[in-house]
Design a protein around this ligand. Structure first.
Ligand code: A3P
Length: 278
């Protein structure tokens, strides 16, 4: 009968939109776009191109709205989406769990000091009048404190977002450790194929993304793609990825490193992985 025929066809042949099987939940400025673009090289992965912001901004629109933002997939293909603000959205772990308790989570992390500079550089590119990084990163306590501004401003978002332990604890209250893959932003640059091997294994994918897909573009200073689904010629991520950073006073960098050290140690413990940030 016709109905049966089409139902059968729909299950096996026709691409349909599905809720995500896996999410890149963060962290902002750690290499989330690179991870998503690299994953899209895989024929069994389909991802929404732009950030959907469902679990932070548009949750009230409901799961049907969310599903409609997804690309159509065939049975067996993985549906994905990346929105880095999920990492620090308090209600996100619970909401993601409500969508699919078996969802796989990926988060890229990077030395919080370079992450903060990257975050600042992005803001400064939109606001040329933004004060210097050094002036924003420290609370100026010069009045009455012996003259030297000395306290790291832990509430300044570029600094605060680099404290990874607290959001990680929130996600791990809801999801088992083995369902969340932490990816090194540094390794994603230094050895993208090796890091992508871990990612493909975690997602249960055949290892299709390998050394053959990447070349190091020395002008840009980053790995770029030889070819991808949409383009057959070599190309890098856009101009807004891999910006050059301003020179920062090394004494300020040292202050920031001292500030992050205990948080990083805590994070390595929880992650079960030592990222060896300086
Ligand atoms: P910078 O532009 O400050 O160097 P996100 O995509 O999460 O916003 O992260 C942006 C960061 O991804 C960039 O920060 C860059 O360091 C990093 N990145 C990692 N791999 C990259 C690649 N292949 N090309 C460009 N940037 C890459």
């Amino acid at each position: 009968d016709e109905n049966y025929k089409y139902r059968h066809l729909n299950q096996n042949q026709m691409p349909v939109k599905r809720l995500p099987d896996a999410l890149i939940i963060g962290v902002k400025k750690c290499g989330t776009r690179a991870l998503l673009e690299f994953l899209r090289l895989h024929p069994d992965v389909r991802a929404a191109g732009s950030e959907v912001h469902f679990f932070d901004k548009f949750y009230h629109k409901g799961f049907e709205w969310y599903r409609d933002r997804m690309p159509p997939t065939l049975e067996g293909q993985i549906t994905m989406e990346k929105t880095p603000s999920y990492w620090v959205t308090r209600s996100a772990p619970k909401r993601v769990y409500a969508m699919n308790p078996g969802v796989k989570l990926l988060a890229v992390v990077r030395d919080p000091v370079t992450r903060a500079i990257s975050d600042y550089t992005q803001s400064a590119s939109k606001r040329p009048t933004l004060p210097r990084f050094e002036d924003l990163a420290l609370v100026n306590s010069s009045v009455g404190w012996g003259g030297s501004p000395s306290v790291v401003d832990a509430s300044w978002p570029p600094v605060r977002l680099g404290v990874y332990a607290r959001p990680l604890r929130r996600w791990l209250r809801r999801f088992p450790r083995q369902r969340l893959l932490l990816i090194s932003g540094e390794r994603l640059v230094a050895d993208p194929a090796a890091e992508m091997a871990r990612v493909q294994e975690f997602l249960g994918l055949k290892r299709v993304i390998t050394e053959k897909h990447f070349y190091f573009n020395s002008t840009k200073g980053f790995p770029c793609l030889l070819k991808s689904e949409s383009r057959s010629t070599p190309h890098c991520l856009g101009k807004t990825k891999g910006r050059s950073h301003p020179h920062i006073d090394p004494r300020i960098l040292e202050r920031l490193r001292d500030f992050y050290r205990p948080f990083n140690e805590k994070f390595y413990q929880m992650a079960g992985m030592n990222f060896r940030w300086p």
